[in-house]
Design a binder for this molecule. Structure first.
Ligand code: 3PY
Ligand code: MG
Length: 259
């Protein structure tokens, strides 16, 4: 299949223009479920290589199954090898977990950008149709690829302005669960400490006109977050859609038989 660079360009431009974009998380190592979800009207996919069992060698196939839609791959670690392989496999961009400081952000940029800004090497891979359109890939690389830093600890919140000042960081994405643990309020996502941190991050992003994303599935909470400046959302995940639907059906069925 020919990878369409236009879709990545369009996604980046919509994200930068702070349009509301809703995606979901791909956590299952299943081509069928990825393909089935890609037929729905999600704007993008969060392909999670950090907290899933998807093996590195399956990433290319998962991206192919999702290939009508822009995919941001959350790499398992802020390391050049993972970033390079995700981009080679045809990702529209990468999400880097746990960016806590200016140095972490600079490290990610160095791995993501090609020389002279960084060190990413080029191969004849799916990203450029195995060399067939290498020229246009290289010409359009800045327009069509996204680097997203995940903020998920109190250091990241403290250092938010210096992280945003690192040239090459296109957007931020909050990891609420890790952040809650780091703030000493594990899984208490409604706590004041979390609210204060979200506010600080949202204000910093607004001041610098940068897109801000988060995991959120609840419609009302999403609306509130949108009002405070969040623009892109990762709603639920393949595994949650599966288990929530199973739970509801089972509950309804058992309820009926009780009557
Ligand atoms: C977080 O909430 O920290 C996450 O990264 C969830 O995957
Ligand atoms: Mg996390």
């Amino acid at each position: 299949m020919r990878l369409d660079l236009k879709k990545s360009e369009e996604f980046k431009s919509r994200l930068i223009k702070l349009e509301l974009l809703v995606g979901t998380r791909i956590s299952l190592d299943s081509l069928s479920s990825a393909e089935a979800l890609s037929n729905l009207s999600f704007d993008w996919f969060f392909v999670d290589m950090e907290h899933t069992e998807i093996p590195e060698h399956r990433l290319g196939s998962i991206l192919l199954a999702l290939s009508d839609k822009p995919c941001l791959v959350r790499v398992s670690k802020n390391e050049d090898i993972f970033i390079k392989k995700a981009m080679d496999a045809g990702a529209s961009g990468v999400i880097i977990p746990k960016v806590s400081s200016k140095e972490d952000a600079e490290r990610a940029v160095r791995s993501f950008k090609m020389p002279p800004l960084g060190i990413r090497g080029i191969g004849l891979t799916r990203s450029n149709n195995f060399g067939d359109r290498l020229d246009s890939y290289l010409e359009n690389i800045d327009k069509s690829s996204l680097l997203v830093a995940q903020i998920e600890d109190f250091e990241g919140v403290e250092n938010i302005d210096s992280i945003l000042d690192v040239k090459g960081i296109d957007a931020l994405f909050i990891g609420p669960y890790d952040l809650s643990i780091s703030l000493g309020v594990a899984n208490k996502l409604d706590s004041d400490k979390i609210k204060v941190s979200f506010d600080k991050i949202a204000k910093a992003c607004k001041a610098k006109c940068r897109p801000l994303g988060i995991f959120e599935s609840n419609e009302n909470r999403m609306a509130k977050l949108k009002n405070s400046g969040f623009t892109f959302f990762c709603m639920s995940s393949d595994i949650s859609f599966l288990t929530n639907e199973a739970k509801n059906n089972l509950f309804n069925l058992k309820d009926k038989f009780k009557k």
